[in-house]
Design a protein around this ligand. Structure first.
Ligand SMILES: N[C@@H](CCC[C@H](N)C(=O)O)C(=O)O
Length: 289
């Protein structure tokens, strides 16, 4: 008889994930298996996989085990590994609560971008301490068709290029990754954000994610956008000494991003579990080749 592998499906502002609980890291989840799970026609469907592993059981996270019991082994929908996923951390925390591993309040989650502090509020909203943004020097340019824009290089543990545009429709269908130059600025690829203003400290964005294509939301992308908007608006909290908060609207919902004077960024938004079930182990083995 075929083995059955437990899974859940969840999303954070419609950035959707296949959640695979595997506390002892017993599963072999290679790139082809991840891509098969994320396939929206032949698999379960998702922008990525949240592989839920005890930090102590994963070689990339064992050094964080004393600080954070659980490691978010995040993979993009094409099977590639990414350093960090902001919406993923909220959904991961929500899963831990759903499974009875943690309660409301504070917890720490290990990621490839370090340990993230998370607060699960009574109303279900989840706030993640996303760490500090890095702003590498140098001009970058984003292009789509005949349009091209200067963009801000922002690193939130993973790489982003943030372009302020007149109209989100100018980003086109985003079926393919928009060219970003110079290539040397992003040796490992890049997530690209297109941003318009909606009001004072209120923006809207679309995103093309490395390894997943256009998604309905990107948490690290929203943080990168808030930082880029604050610098553009002359609102650097390190200079003014007061936190700066931006509301970021995405196709899949709203995130609130605050940057404190010490540079620490907090992201608040929802997380939802929509289903749970079992994967046919034979199917996954065959699909993964
Ligand atoms: N959707 C995520 C980001 C996932 C990783 C990204 N595609 C990358 O390759 O860096 C988020 O919510 O931050």
């Amino acid at each position: 008889m075929s083995t059955r592998i437990a899974f859940l499906k969840g999303h954070g502002t419609e950035n959707d994930f296949v959640i695979v609980p595997d506390p002892e890291n017993a599963l072999v989840l290679g790139p082809a298996a991840v891509a098969a799970l994320c396939d929206r026609r032949a698999g379960i469907g998702g922008d990525g996989v949240l592989h839920v592993v005890r930090s102590a059981a994963h070689p990339e996270a064992a050094s964080m085990a004393a600080e954070a019991e659980w490691f978010m082994d995040y993979r993009n929908g094409d099977g590639s590994v990414a350093e960090m996923c902001g919406n993923g951390v909220r959904v991961f925390a929500h899963y831990l609560q759903h499974a009875g591993h943690v309660g409301e309040g504070d917890l720490a989650i290990a990621t490839r971008a370090g340990v993230k502090t998370v607060h699960i509020a009574k109303d279900g909203d989840i706030t993640v301490g996303m760490g500090r943004a890095r702003l590498p020097e140098g001009e970058v340019t984003v292009s789509v068709g005949e349009h091209s824009w200067p963009a801000r290089n922002v690193n939130m543990g993973n790489p982003h290029a943030v372009a302020f545009v007149d109209d989100l429709a100018h980003a086109g269908d985003l079926y393919t990754a928009p060219p970003v130059g110079p290539a040397a600025a992003y040796p490992d690829g890049v997530n690209v954000e297109f941003v318009v203003d909606r009001g004072p400290r209120h923006v809207a964005m679309r995103v093309h994610e490395r390894g997943s294509g256009e998604t309905r939301s990107c948490g690290t992308g929203a943080c990168a956008v808030a930082v880029a908007a604050a610098r553009r608006d002359g609102a650097d909290p390190a200079v003014t000494g007061t936190p700066v908060t931006y509301t970021v609207d995405l196709p899949g919902g709203r995130l609130v991003i605050s940057e404190r004077p010490d540079g620490e960024i907090e992201m608040t938004g929802p997380a939802v579990i929509v289903a749970e079930g079992e994967i046919d182990g034979n199917w996954l083995e065959n699909a993964a080749g």
